[in-house]
Design a binder for this molecule. Structure first.
Ligand code: FRU
Length: 493
């Protein structure tokens, strides 16, 4: 049931700027050309990503009536290749229990919920209801977990009539359920919900996606607690040598390594009930400022075998004021995650998916230190020959975006990258430690308003949004030899 417009207006934290009669061209200034964006208006976290029957589904936090955050809906898009996206009608709208915050989707192939059939298994979405009125009234239990299902491949959705499926135990921040089917040596399998609860993760289990039982909490003393914990994910990952570990992602806002929103992760073991972490240092998935609330796709076929990830390419510090009007925010490039052993520890590396090769329109090997860019959508494959290196993009307007490696540190300087004055602190220099002694490869993706830097195939990643006053036309390199390649990319729209 849709709630009346008046209630929606009350539910809204900020007055919406209603955008009317604006047709998306998908070619506006700053519109990413090979990253996903909503046709119009506001987007934040990716939600409910699930693969089924040849389609990757991407849902997302969406305010369809404004280009700033407001009453949340789940927007929806599908793709057969994770590169080209078809926009779909809104999947989930607010109802009398609240607006629709972040969550996940699974395919209930064995019909544990009884909501589908063997021929048409239910795609089940578990999400957070945010009752803004309850919040205004001073209650603390205004976030609960709800469920909706679709038996027609995500085209139409029915809210479960017993919602909420998980009540609030009296905790203000109680949200972002990430659900997966977990089998262990001693257990044939059950659904596990990984939930962000203020400054801890709570695990719940269920045989049927409907009845949930508390299992355990996870909040080690030494983790990053600079902000509220949000949007977790839990999954096993295997090294190239076949060693398996469990990975727990926890997004945190603020408190990221370069300010604002970022995703920390933990590596250890999950026994079906609780998570035991192995090493006690804070690990960050991405040291750039613009990869937040990212989680992985469920139900990716075993024959594919990848753990596929996408994040929200922005930061709560400035997401609502970035200089775009028709739409606000993009996702990161989809990435494939790997578990990598480094000395006695493990890290999660994330590399762009190989499907992106299909949008390469031309490629050129080069050894020059300075080259003119003949297109604005660029992928660089660079091989450093020196211990220190610099990559600089610039244009005739005097904008400069600089990536530097000095010692064991990588920096991205966006202080002169273009428009920066829409938010104090946007134009700063961001740093990341390089854990590996050798940098063998540097891959850089430049879209109209973002840069993604992958060191050693994603062992270190920095994702940043940028707003050059005109496209960069010049590339200057230092510290690289003769085997570099530039690819020009086609728009996906
Ligand atoms: C993360 C987040 C989630 C919440 C959603 C609301 O960016 O704050 O915790 O569910 O955004 O839009």
């Amino acid at each position: 049931m849709a709630i009346p417009a008046l209630l929606l207006a009350i539910a809204c934290a900020k007055e919406p700027t209603v955008i009317t009669e604006t047709e998306p061209e998908f070619n506006e200034t700053y519109r990413p050309q090979f990253h996903f964006t909503p046709p119009t208006n506001w987007m934040n976290d990716p939600n409910g990503m699930v693969y089924y029957d040849g389609e990757y589904h991407l849902f997302y936090q969406h305010h369809p009536n404004s280009n700033v955050w407001g009453p949340m809906h789940w927007g929806h898009a599908v793709s057969t290749d994770l590169v080209h996206w078809q926009h779909m009608p809104i999947a989930l709208e607010p109802d009398s229990l609240g607006t629709i915050f972040s969550g996940s989707s699974v395919m209930d192939i064995n019909n544990t919920s009884g909501l589908g059939t063997a021929e048409a298994p239910a795609m089940v979405a578990l999400y957070t209801y945010h009752d803004a009125e309850g919040e205004k009234a001073g209650r603390v239990d205004y976030q609960t977990q709800g469920m909706a299902y679709s038996t027609d491949k995500g085209r139409s959705w029915t809210k479960y009539d017993g919602n909420p499926v998980l009540e609030n135990p009296g905790i203000r921040d109680f949200r972002d359920p990430k659900v997966s089917w977990v089998e262990t040596a001693t257990d044939e399998g059950k659904w596990i919900m990984t939930l962000a609860v203020k400054d801890k993760i709570s695990f719940y289990s269920s045989p049927n996606l409907i009845d949930w039982t508390f299992e355990s909490d996870f909040n080690p003393d030494w983790a990053a607690y600079g902000g509220v914990w949000e949007c977790p994910d839990l999954f096993p990952l295997t090294t190239a040598d076949g060693e398996e570990k469990w990975v727990l992602f926890v997004s945190i806002n603020p408190g990221g390594p370069n300010g604002g929103s970022a995703t920390q992760y933990f590596i250890g073991d999950f026994d079906g009930s609780s998570f035991q972490v192995e090493s006690s240092d804070v690990k960050w998935l991405d040291y750039g400022t613009d990869n937040y609330a990212g989680v992985t796709w469920s139900n990716v076929p075993e024959s594919d075998g990848r753990r596929l990830f996408i994040g929200w390419m922005s930061n709560w510090q400035y997401a609502t004021v970035v200089p775009t009007e028709v739409w606000r925010s993009a996702t990161t490039l989809p990435r494939s995650l790997r578990l990598v052993k480094q000395e006695n520890d493990f890290i999660v590396a994330s590399a762009p998916i190989t499907e992106l090769e299909q949008i390469i329109t031309s490629s050129k090997s080069f050894s020059e230190k300075e080259i003119k860019l003949t297109g604005e959508l660029v992928e660089l494959e660079l091989q450093p020959t020196e211990k220190e290196f610099t990559v600089e993009f610039s244009n005739a307007a005097g904008d400069r975006l600089v990536i530097i490696k000095r010692g064991d540190e990588l920096t991205i300087d966006r202080s002169k990258s273009g428009k920066i004055d829409f938010s104090e602190g946007f134009g700063s220099v961001h740093q990341a430690p390089i854990l590996s002694n050798d940098v063998n490869s540097v891959n850089i993706f430049l879209d109209r308003s973002s840069i993604e830097v992958f060191i050693n195939d994603g062992e270190l990643v920095m994702t940043e949004i940028i707003f050059p006053t005109e496209p960069y036309t010049q590339l200057n390199l230092q510290g690289f030899g003769s085997s570099n390649t530039i690819h020009y990319l086609a728009s996906i729209w």
